[in-house]
Design a protein. Structure first.
Length: 164
């Protein structure tokens, strides 16, 4: 359990999975920075050259008083160069998420003894082409993004099984 993987049972299947903080940090920064759209966040991130990373799964990011301050303090502690603006923080988050996903893929490949050529991303995060391109860069794998809510598909599947 060192890598924090688990099995989740469903209707006729068992899914091997790992919970990752994911886009929670991005959502909190959007709220805290009072940014209207995710597209604006991506625009700010793309303007930044700041690519320092941090552990997005650290429990300090579950419910901080200020997500921005928490991330800024961590980056300042770890690196000589501190983030200078919102774009730097957001870009750091996207790079940190991509790095985290890369580590998770490596762990899955080690545990299963299988190599994978691609990664499939469902849901709202699939709409973030910038993050998806970073995931491709960090993992050296093709990302197939489907901006469909996976939970909605799961609900439809279960309901159709019950109707049968």
């Amino acid at each position: 359990m060192k890598s924090n993987f688990t099995n989740e049972g469903g209707l006729g299947y068992t899914r091997f999975q790992k919970n990752i903080m994911g886009l929670w940090i991005v959502q909190e920064l959007k709220r805290e920075f009072n940014i209207e759209t995710y597209e604006e966040m991506v625009r700010l991130a793309k303007m930044s050259c700041y690519q320092k990373t941090f552990d997005v799964n650290d429990s300090r990011y579950l419910s901080p008083k200020s997500m921005y301050r928490e991330i800024e303090m961590e980056l300042r502690k770890r690196y000589d160069k501190s983030p200078e603006n919102k774009g730097d923080i957001i870009n750091s988050v996207f790079h940190s998420l991509a790095k985290c996903y890369s580590v998770a893929v490596e762990e899955i490949e080690t545990i299963t003894g299988k190599k994978y050529d691609s990664i499939i991303i469902f849901g709202g995060g699939a709409k973030n082409n910038y993050l998806n391109s970073l995931v491709e860069n960090y993992t050296k794998k093709t990302v197939n993004a489907y901006p469909i809510e996976a939970s909605a598909l799961g609900n439809i599947k279960i309901q159709s099984e019950v109707i049968k």
